[in-house]
Ligand binder design. Structure first.
Ligand SMILES: Cc1cc2nc3c(=O)[nH]c(=O)nc-3n(C[C@H](O)[C@H](O)[C@H](O)COP(=O)(O)O)c2cc1C
Length: 361
């Protein structure tokens, strides 16, 4: 049963929507846990006042009864409270009455570093807003909601996933940047514990777990680099120091090092999964960069849309959701099952067969 995710929604439209299919029946979801992840995404040092306007909470329209999945498509909705101020500007249907509120004047000055110019050219847009609304990282709220569901599924297998920011100077860097009306990026790391060997496959590129993790993280706004395990540093090392030798004790096969970040040949190897993503500095500056007005052809300053100074802590939450999603999808591929008990039983039987046990190390 393939786990699939489709999302829809614009940044200032009525809502973000995630449809998750391929879940087993009988998985208990905790509304508070989903909302807690949505809240974590909104927090973090350097975020803008928009996060105070939006107080995200999930609604479920389908696929759940009394908190348990039905094995049918799960429809998650995260409303955009800010849509109230964009009713005319972001009305899905032709708006009635005179233009009013935000988004009622076309955006013609694309922001460097955003999808604005490429999107306007690609789709033949006269209002850059038509591109930026969907390209916006507001979309990641839907990803985080789906990721919370994936984490609930993984928990049934004893797998936990956690994202964090690397480095301890974020607050200082944000303060300095804000004082100069500038922005910063950073690096986040996601670790997954309890992942059994055998998720993903070397059979095709699309099946490779490393490729899937790289794609989901690289597919996230502002991520410009991804590494698995020691990643780029491995290029500098000798083979004798770069690989993780195989050992065995009473609990089964294990490694004492984890340079590979828990993946060899596109397959999880039973060690902790370790993935890092590099985030570029946010492209909307309060001190706008140079741009060109697409209507007049004249030089000008890029649009200033309310914006964060940094969103690295938010990215850590989003990256956690992305990694959880891919691991859950790979686990569904491997263990299948229409009912949750079948899925869990298949995992259990597999662990009985192989010479491996999860470690807390
Ligand atoms: C959680 C999160 C929040 C973001 N917030 C902002 C923001 O407030 N302002 C901004 O200019 N970019 C923000 N971005 C980054 C842009 O969405 C992204 O750089 C832009 O869409 C262009 O895509 P690209 O950087 O992947 O090429 C954010 C990204 C993430 C992951």
């Amino acid at each position: 049963m393939a786990l699939r995710l489709v999302t829809a929604g614009e940044s200032h439209g009525p809502a973000l929507v995630a449809i998750v299919s391929g879940l087993p029946a009988g998985l208990l979801l905790d509304r508070d846990a989903v909302d807690a992840d949505l809240r974590r995404r909104q927090e973090g040092y350097g975020r803008s006042p928009r996060q105070r306007i939006e107080s995200d909470a999930v609604e479920v329209l389908a696929g759940l009864r009394h908190g348990r999945t039905l094995g049918t498509p799960l429809a998650l909705v995260v409303g955009n409270r800010d849509h109230e101020n964009w009713k005319w500007g972001m009305s899905p249907w032709p708006p009635e009455g005179e233009p009013a509120g935000k988004g009622s004047r076309p955006v013609t000055l694309p922001r460097p570093g955003h999808a604005d110019l490429a999107g306007a050219l690609k789709y033949g847009l006269t209002d850059v807003r038509d591109a930026l609304e969907r390209a916006s990282a507001r979309h990641t709220a839907a990803i985080v909601a789906a990721g919370a569901v994936a984490k609930a599924l993984l928990r049934e297998l004893g797998v936990s996933v956690e994202g964090r920011v690397l480095g301890d100077d974020l607050e200082q860097r944000v303060d300095d940047a804000r004082a100069n009306r500038d922005t910063v990026g950073g690096v986040v790391e996601v670790r997954a514990r309890g992942v059994p060997p055998g998720l993903g496959s070397y059979a095709t590129k699309d099946d490779r777990l490393d490729a899937r993790l790289a794609a989901t993280l690289m597919g996230t706004q502002a991520v410009k680099g991804v590494e698995i395990g020691d990643g780029f540093a491995l290029a500098e090392q000798r083979g004798s120091e770069a690989h993780d030798e195989i050992h065995r004790d009473e609990r089964g096969l294990y490694r004492e090092t984890n340079h590979a970040g828990g993946i060899e040949g596109g397959v999880s190897n039973g060690e902790e999964i370790v993935v890092r993503a590099a985030m570029k500095p946010l492209p909307t500056l309060m001190r706008p960069l140079a741009s060109v007005d697409l209507h007049t052809g004249e030089t000008g300053e890029a649009l200033v849309e309310r914006s964060d100074t940094a969103a690295v802590e938010a990215l850590a939450v989003v990256a956690e959701a992305c990694v959880a999603w891919e691991l859950a999808a790979a686990a569904r591929d491997k263990f299948g099952g229409d009912a949750l008990v079948d899925f869990v039983a298949a995992h259990h039987a597999y662990l009985e067969r192989i010479d491996w046990q999860p470690r807390t190390r």
